[in-house]
Write a protein that binds this ligand. Structure first.
Ligand SMILES: [Zn+2]
Length: 115
């Protein structure tokens, strides 16, 4: 029996709620990271090298969080446009199990593996 895209698509209202929760959590994390990045280094500290390395990893974290936030925002836009759960690359339905793990997923498994 063939499964239509409607059957495999997750409930958009439920996914919207999950994405909005992710969005506010990511925004809070990004806010904390930006705050930490804004802390000036202590020039007299013998741990300056360590602090600098920490700064790099904070920047890396901030970059990752902002990318994830952008993915979540795009997923919310797809819900608004009624295209949520459809692969942006090939137009196939994204498996509900995949959306359950990654609600912000924009690609089906096949396209994600090629990326
Ligand atoms: Zn695809």
């Amino acid at each position: 029996m063939a499964v239509s895209s409607k059957d495999s698509a997750a409930n958009p209202e439920e996914m919207r709620a999950r994405l909005l929760a992710m969005q506010s959590e990511l925004k809070a994390r990004l806010g904390h990271l930006v705050e930490d990045l804004a802390q000036p280094l202590d020039p007299d500290s013998s741990e300056r090298a360590v602090e600098t390395e920490d700064d790099i990893s904070l920047e890396g974290q901030a970059l990752l969080v902002s990318r994830e936030l952008a993915s979540v925002n795009r997923a919310l836009e797809r819900i608004e446009h009624g295209t949520y759960g459809i692969c942006v690359e090939c137009g196939a339905a994204i498996a509900a199990a995949r959306l359950d793990v990654r609600p912000e997923a924009a690609l089906c498994i096949a396209c994600a593996e090629q990326a």
